[in-house]
Structure formats: C-alpha cells, structure tokens
Design a protein around this ligand. Sequence first.
Ligand SMILES: [Zn+2]
Length: 334
Amino acid sequence: VLLLSDELMVRHDPGPGHPERPERLRAAQAALEDLEATRVTPTRATRAQIARVHEESHIDRVDSLHGRVDALDPDTSVSEHSVDAAYLAAGALVDATAAVTSGDDKRAFALVRPPGHHAEAQVAMGFCLFNNVAVAAAHAVAELGLERVLIVDWDVHHGNGTQHMFEARRDILFCSLHQYPFYPGSGAPDEQGRSAGEGYNVNVGLPAGCGPGDYLAAFDDVVLPIADAFAPQLVLVSAGFDAHRRDPLAGMELESETYADLTDKLLSVAERHADGRIVLCLEGGYDLKALGQSVRACADVLCGVAAPGANAEPTRGADAIAKTRAVHRPRWSI
Ligand SMILES: [Zn+2]
C-alpha cells in the first residue's frame, strides 16, 4: 500500500472558521502514523496534466493567486501556499495512479488538500481548486493506456465537477452517492450522462438520515453490478468522510466502520477486473475524530484487515436506490 501526502498541503489555509481547515489533514495523517505502508512524497502536477480537464483560463486564474490571500468564490479561498498545495494535490493523484498502474504496489491512499470533486473545468468551487481525481482519471486514459476507469464518489456532496468533465465519455464511468437534495444541487438520478457517455454517469441521490444499510445496499444493488459489467482497469475513489454521523455539514448517519465495508467492496471490484489497482483520494470530512477513524478504517482494509461486513438493509434510502436502478436498468441489467 502506498501512502501519499505532504506537509505543504497542510499549509493551505482558507482562513479562520473555515471547515476545510489544515487540522483535517493533520488528523488524517496522525491516524495513519503507524500504518505499515510505503510513504511516497508526491510531485506537482504539470500544467498539461491539469489542462486535460480544466480550461487554460481557469489554470491562469489559479496561477494568478500564487502567494496571495484571496478568494475564488465565497466558499473557496486561498492563502500563501494554497496554489502550490493544489498542484501537489493533483500531482499526488497522478503519481498514485501511475504507481498502481505500472508498479508492484496496487493500492494507494492519497491524503490531500485542497479537495477536488466540486472543481469545474472553468471554475473553482466548494473548497476545490483543481479536480484531483479527474486529473488522475484523464491521465490514466491519455498517458497510461487504460481504456476503462471507474470513479466512485462517496463524499456526502455530489461530485458535480467530475460528472461534468466526463459525462459525455464512456471510458470513464462516474458513480456518485450523495445526500440529495443538498449542496451543490446537482446529482439527480436522471443525470445519467449524455451522447456517447449516456448511461456512464450514475447518481444515487439519498435523502438525509440514511445510514450504513442504505449505503451498503446502494453498493450491492447499483454500484457493484454496474462496476462488474463495466470491468474497470482502475478504480479511483473520491473518498470524502462527511456522510459520517458526526459530521457537522451534512445529515447522514454512517459509522467509521461503514467506510471499511465500502472500501472492501471496491477492493473486490479492483481484484476482479483491475489487477487490484485502487486509489483512494481524500475529499471532504469535517469532524476531526470521525475523519481520523474513517481514514484509518479504509487504510486498514487496503492493508488486508478484514472489513466488518455489516448487513445491507436499506431504510430511508430504498426509494432513491430504486429510482437509480430504474434509470440504469436498460443498459446495465440491474
Ligand atoms: Zn463533501
């Protein structure tokens, strides 16, 4: 297992009182301090790598904020080291993806800030400057020769940026589970991709109050069967931990152990189809204790610790899961 992180990403500071704070990364790093993994120092993403998914004008805008304290939008602020941190976060995902694709270690966890999944091609959004996972997925196809990449996004917020970047493609399948309706507003079940990518964008929009059984059922009934039919050569995970019951920003009820079960299920997909290649990427998660415990639960599974194997009994989420199944049944036989 490869573990990628760097002190520079702790030094990205959106300002006093901001939930996406430096202590988040410290808590995640501390939780993995004694993990038996190979520590890798990430390198910066290149402009060309980022430009596969972002417009040049957006990269210019981010570059113009180098070394400054400023804001890209009301939620998304930068400090002196933020632009460097953003390049390093995207680079960590590129490095992790390249390593698991060509090296002996097939599993990686990238602990990064700023997060990425809300960043759109043209603009920063929702604490995110560059879309780290999207940069990695595009790199895997363009540079590493992969033909099918699966991105699963279990952050409690919809991964709008990732969806929009890949919704017209069928080589990168995006699957998001999120609280719905909720920030950022997108992620309805009928947002299923367009033109060549129709059916390759999967949204499970769950009502507030969903717990472990709902998420596990959504995996068993939607995510896993579609993933098995798609047969990805790489599994990327936008791993936010803000669906945890302790999280202050959202209204879901997951336990830290739930994330071990979700990781275990995606690991099984990677083992069946992708030569075991899987990369977890930190997104949100705003309660420090929940974040540390959940990150550790995922990392332990990557290191071979057995997951709890909780029961997949949906409660509040049953209707939402049924809606997504109905949208995608024709293509994926789910
Ligand atoms: Zn989130």
